[in-house]
Design a protein around this ligand. Structure first.
Ligand SMILES: Cc1cc2nc3c(=O)[nH]c(=O)nc-3n(C[C@H](O)[C@H](O)[C@H](O)COP(=O)(O)O)c2cc1C
Length: 209
């Protein structure tokens, strides 16, 4: 692994026009990655800590971005949900290798309102909605067959009908208080710009790479 070495060409210069709209560049970079054909551009590693202070992370899909807020959908009885209920400070990292760009986000998570969850649920493909209903996410599953059986039963149960939003499916909004943009530049002279919020105002500074 030590011989694995990549010469970063250029993730581009980082210029924050207005730090008071800290997620504008994330929005731009998501568009750039999509335009460049990157798969799952909105996948983000989400870190939480449990009640013992033990960190854990996993991928989620970013499905909401507005002002100083991002959001994702999940099972609100999952491990991550338990962890968020005991400590609502979370962190996310997005890395697009092809773009040579990374974004790190820190903030406070809160449950999404049911209207927003319902709207998203209704927009999902039927099978995804059924899958959301039958998954006791993060709980032990005896066998794959058990999950398939539950899925098939639910398909039959709601044949010809809308798939209702299950109580255990929801989402979280993350109100950000720190965001860091990283861009790979030649000769390891990478760029990092961090934006932080203090007393209601955002400020930016550069960090050594
Ligand atoms: C690319 C990718 C995207 C994912 N997106 C989500 C998501 O948006 N919501 C979700 O609940 N799980 C998502 N998962 C599954 C999670 O990584 C994880 O396995 C699951 O949420 C259970 O995590 P937990 O036990 O820590 O709660 C995704 C996995 C991958 C690989």
């Amino acid at each position: 692994m030590r011989s694995m070495r990549k010469e970063y060409r250029d993730g581009g210069e980082i210029l924050i026009a207005n730090p008071q709209t800290p997620l504008d560049l994330l929005s731009q970079w998501l568009t750039d990655a999509k335009d460049a054909g990157v798969a799952e551009v909105n996948s983000m590693s989400l870190a939480t800590v449990d009640s013992q202070g033990k960190p854990r992370n996993r991928m989620v899909l970013l499905k909401h971005l507005e002002d100083e807020e991002i959001g994702f959908f999940t099972n609100i009885e999952s491990d991550k949900a338990d962890e968020i209920s005991s400590c609502n400070s979370v962190a996310g990292t997005i890395w697009w290798p092809k773009m040579e760009r990374q974004v790190r986000i820190e903030g406070v998570a809160s449950p999404m309102d049911r209207g927003m969850v319902e709207e998203y649920h209704q927009s999902r493909p039927r099978k995804s909605r059924i899958a959301a209903r039958v998954s006791n996410q993060s709980r032990p599953l005896v066998s794959r067959e058990e999950l398939v059986r539950r899925f098939e039963e639910e398909e039959v149960r709601f044949e010809g009908e809308e798939i209702p939003l299950p109580d255990h499916w929801g989402g979280y909004l993350i109100t950000i208080n720190r965001v860091e943009y990283w861009s790979g530049r030649p000769s390891r002279m990478h760029e990092r710009v961090v934006l932080t919020k203090q007393d209601g105002l955002w400020s930016q500074r550069r960090l050594y790479p």
